[in-house]
Write a new protein. Structure first.
Length: 370
């Protein structure tokens, strides 16, 4: 009798817990509490160019704390209108190359590509968008050589994000595709890539409150890891110098490759949200962390150090660049999503205005726009 009673109580407890979970999940969905970024399967390994790109001709979605958008790709795997490799002799083309900032955590019409196209007559100047989330400068270079060049661009704009574009190169990330998802820091031989069923992806897709419980259990580690990542990306130390040097070298390769083919090129430097911290916020969070966990000097720590080094190198090597930080800094909270680290629609709008002004100042009238 005691044994039966125990199992009855256990079953009753399980039922109560399940009811509580479903109530919590329902409330969580209704109020749309913050959740981790989730992208539907939109990646694949392109055998033709031996790279991971967006899968051609698919409809997907992107959901973050601040964003819920549809993703459509053309037959060439671009988040863009349908494009042909061939172009007419009287049409100029500007190709935008970058990571998730060019891909856009915004509606399609608010992406860099579509907003920039608004300044040009499409019969005269076509804007082609080659943004792939997760890409870094190595990928930009390979993508330009293997695919972008086939569209005969007259100008290429490389978007350089002062964040994981630096960190990813230092970590020598290897991305793989698993059932349409981009898997970072792995390899084709990793157990994660070989799994037939991925629990993390399943939970993120189907159980919205998974993010809450994940944060509850691993919140402290997540925050520490995030801060540590910022320290690696921004602190003035040997490792960061080396990282930036690798980025500089790759950008120079891109610039030389394009100039050899008489293709105009310049770099748009995109800042990260952490660079807009006030002195008070900075001292409270990052300097405290450095004191406790690193061998860094406060005097050597400069949030804008990467921009300074990059701009110095670009000037020395005659690489044209546009630094968007000063303009975004005027009222940065208007230009970024609340939780998502990407620019919002207003941020994209301002960035494109800066690009149009830069082009009109540096290039001939054919690119001056409307």
């Amino acid at each position: 009798m005691l044994k039966i009673s125990f199992f009855k109580n256990l079953l009753f407890l399980i039922i109560i817990l399940m009811v509580c979970f479903f109530i919590f999940e329902g409330v969580y969905r209704i109020f749309n509490f913050p959740q981790y970024a989730y992208t539907s399967p939109i990646y694949y390994y392109n055998e033709n160019i031996k790279m991971i790109t967006l899968e051609p001709s698919i409809t997907g979605s992107l959901q973050t704390n601040d964003v819920s958008i549809k993703i459509n790709t053309n037959s060439h795997g671009m988040r863009d209108l349908e494009r042909s490799y061939n172009k007419t002799d009287d049409t100029k083309r500007i190709a935008l190359v970058g990571d998730s900032f060019v891909f856009g955590h915004v509606d399609f019409n608010d992406t860099f590509g579509r907003r920039l196209q608004n300044y040009y007559n499409e019969d005269e100047v076509e804007i082609l968008s080659f943004g792939v989330g997760g890409y870094n400068p190595n990928d930009y270079y390979n993508y330009i050589k293997k695919e972008v060049i086939n569209y005969s661009p007259d100008m290429v704009i490389t978007f350089l994000y002062v964040g994981n574009d630096i960190v990813n190169l230092s970590q020598q990330d290897k991305n793989v595709v698993y059932n349409g998802y981009l898997v970072s820091n792995g390899s084709m031989n990793s157990a994660f890539a070989k799994q037939k069923f991925n629990l993390v992806i399943f939970l993120r897709k189907n159980i919205k409150s998974h993010a809450f419980f994940y944060e509850l259990v691993y919140g402290k580690k997540i925050k520490e890891s995030t801060v540590k990542g910022y320290v690696k990306a921004y602190s003035n130390n040997i490792q960061t110098n080396y990282n930036i040097e690798k980025v500089e070298y790759k950008i120079k390769e891109i610039d030389s490759f394009l100039k050899e083919r008489d293709i105009d090129h310049f770099v748009v430097i995109l800042p990260q949200k952490v660079q807009f911290l006030s002195d008070e916020e900075f001292n409270k969070t990052y300097v405290d962390y450095l004191r406790k966990n690193g061998n860094f000097s406060e005097m050597d720590y400069d949030l804008l150090y990467p921009q300074k080094e990059l701009k110095k190198y670009f000037k020395e090597n005659e690489i044209l660049f546009l630094d968007t930080y000063p303009s975004l800094n005027e009222n940065f909270s208007l230009f970024f999503h609340g939780h998502d680290t990407h620019l919002n629609a207003k941020g994209n709008e301002l960035t494109v205005k800066l690009i149009v002004r830069f082009i009109s100042q540096e290039y001939n009238s054919v690119f001056n726009g409307k």
